[in-house]
Design a binder for this molecule. Structure first.
Ligand code: FAD
Ligand code: MLT
Ligand code: ZN
Length: 475
């Protein structure tokens, strides 16, 4: 699968021997997995588009164990692929050949939580949804949320610099992550696990590892700032007659809702069709060309409701919105969010998915979807657009019955060239991983690429950490 779709040659790393297995067994006793059946799932990515052939998976529990593993692998020149919840969208979390899979599954302990500052310190393998429950019981909220919350690990989120559904309100992990503990390729433990809001003592090293996709170090623990849990949350799900109206609704929303706006997501009619068809979820509003999901989060239910109704009155009165529904209770809020969050799942049931995650000027966000529908014609099963409109982030997805090289040829480099012409980003939030590493040049100048290569060589001189990922084949 991998080599056929994405041509690549194995680099001259050592192969795992019986002696290696015995040495690793001494480091993580009983947690060296070699059973082919157990290795099946961690060798395949969530989208089922890439497959590795690793024969060994390790499940350390502590940072010291990770350090021992990496020291050993570094010495022996064995390649390692770090893996969290394996929900990544760019093939970064699975081995390409026989790299050892280093799983954070058992590194799932909360280390501390401070209920005045809201600073949570935990191991990298904690599942995002479980952390959410933990901090919510204490009156706080995780600053990020995404559809994969039930399986993704906080370490994986940090390693991909995941954006998600709360980005509009709480910003990037680059701001909310206060500190990290990272094990470097040679086994050195870098403890920058501070809980300080402000710390200008030299270079901010943690930023190097946020979004580095396992290529510069293994994140073993995370210190993250959690905001207070808002006491009033409302979700409006609205139908819009065109994309121009979606944009005007967004502008109106920012003016009228101001500081209580916490999410502005959009999806087109094709997405709704797929969600209805594959997941049997029903649209809560009349059929429309576009749908937007608007969330408000605040501290005064009365105040927020007043603002929201003034906003709704305006958008409905002016025809920007043709139908809508409002939820204030947990159950209905979840139901409305599911329509947006589960698009990824609906798409994956539709066939092979060509997935693009682009940052674009918001006014031009939907142009490419329309353009591609014409360009691809009946060759594509569906061409859909959805995403984090409030962040200028389009998810453009094309489905087909099966992988088809000629369809890929019609999509690439066309999509990347189009995006580069808008000075957009070819990866807004999913990273580059294995599948997108060769398109980095559409969004970064050669000088930036060269510096990235130099940093990689400095931190991982033997290149054992997640080889074949993030950086292009040839710089
Ligand atoms: P994995 O998939 O296991 O790994 C991802 C990358 O990080 C790999 O390169 C891996 O090697 C590396 N890595 C993992 N753990 C570590 C570690 N401890 N140290 C160093 N490197 C590590 N992304 C968004 O940005 N926004 C979304 O809204 C969003 N929604 C999603 C919805 C669904 C249904 C799915 C399936 C995915 C979604 N994603 C989204 C993709 C997103 O990248 C992941 O869900 C998440 O951030 C990855 O976490 P993970 O633990 O699964 O990491
Ligand atoms: C989302 O916003 O739903 C995710 O980033 C996943 C996807 O792009 O499908
Ligand atoms: Zn997304």
């Amino acid at each position: 699968l991998t080599q056929e779709r994405y041509p690549v040659r194995r680099l001259p790393f050592a192969q795992v021997s019986e002696d290696d297995l015995a040495a690793l067994e001494r480091i993580v006793p009983g947690r060296v997995i070699t059973d082919p059946e157990e290795l099946e799932a961690p060798n395949v990515d969530w989208l089922r588009t890439v497959r590795g052939s690793s024969k060994v998976l390790l499940r350390p529990r502590t940072s010291q164990e990770v350090a021992h593993i990496l020291r050993y692998c570094h010495e022996r020149n064995l390649a390692v692929s770090p893996q969290g919840g394996n929900t990544g969208m760019v093939g970064g979390s699975v081995p390409v050949f026989d790299e050892i899979i280093l799983s954070t599954t058992l590194m799932n302990q909360v280390m501390s939580f401070h209920d005045v500052s809201g600073v949570l310190v935990c191991q990298a393998g904690c599942i995002l949804e479980e952390l959410g429950r933990y901090v919510e019981e204490r009156g706080f909220l995780m600053p990020l949320d995404l559809g994969a919350k039930g399986s993704c690990h906080i370490g994986g989120n940090v390693a991909t610099n995941a954006g998600g559904l709360r980005f509009l309100r709480y910003g990037s992990l680059r701001g909310t992550v206060l500190g990290l503990e990272v094990v470097l390729a040679d086994g050195t433990i870098l403890n920058c696990l501070t809980s300080l809001r402000k710390d200008n003592t030299g270079y901010d090293l943690k930023q190097l590892f946020i979004g580095s996709e396992g290529t510069l170090g293994v994140i073993t623990a995370v210190s993250i700032l959690c905001p207070p849990k808002p006491s009033a949350v409302n979700v409006a799900f609205l139908g819009c007659p065109g994309f121009a109206e979606v944009l005007q609704t967004f502008s109106t929303c920012r003016q009228k809702l101001g500081e209580i706006l916490s999410a502005f997501e959009f999806m087109d009619a094709e997405c709704m069709k797929l969600v209805e068809l594959h997941l049997r979820l029903a649209s809560p509003v009349r059929e429309s060309p576009f749908y937007v999901l608007i969330e408000t989060s605040g501290s005064g239910a009365g105040h927020d409701a007043e603002k929201l109704s003034a906003f709704l009155e305006q958008v409905l009165g002016s025809g920007l919105v043709t139908d809508g529904t409002l939820a204030t209770d947990q159950r209905r809020i979840k139901m409305l969010w599911a329509l947006r969050e589960r698009i990824t799942e609906a798409l994956s049931r539709d066939g092979y998915v060509y997935k693009y995650d682009l940052s674009l000027p918001v006014e031009r966000l939907y142009d490419l979807v329309l353009d591609l529908r014409t360009r691809l014609g009946p060759r594509a099963k569906h061409v859909v657009g959805y995403g984090h409109l409030g962040d200028g982030n389009l998810h453009l997805n094309v489905t087909a019955e099966a992988f088809n090289a000629s369809l890929l040829g019609a999509l690439e480099p066309y999509v990347y060239e189009w995006t580069a012409r808008q000075r957009g980003s070819v990866s807004a939030e999913h990273g580059l991983g294995f599948k997108k590493r060769d398109v980095l040049c559409y969004s970064k100048p050669p000088e930036a690429l060269q510096l990235m290569q130099q940093l990689k060589a400095l931190l991982d001189p033997k290149g054992i950490l997640n080889p074949y990922k993030t950086l292009p084949t040839r710089a």
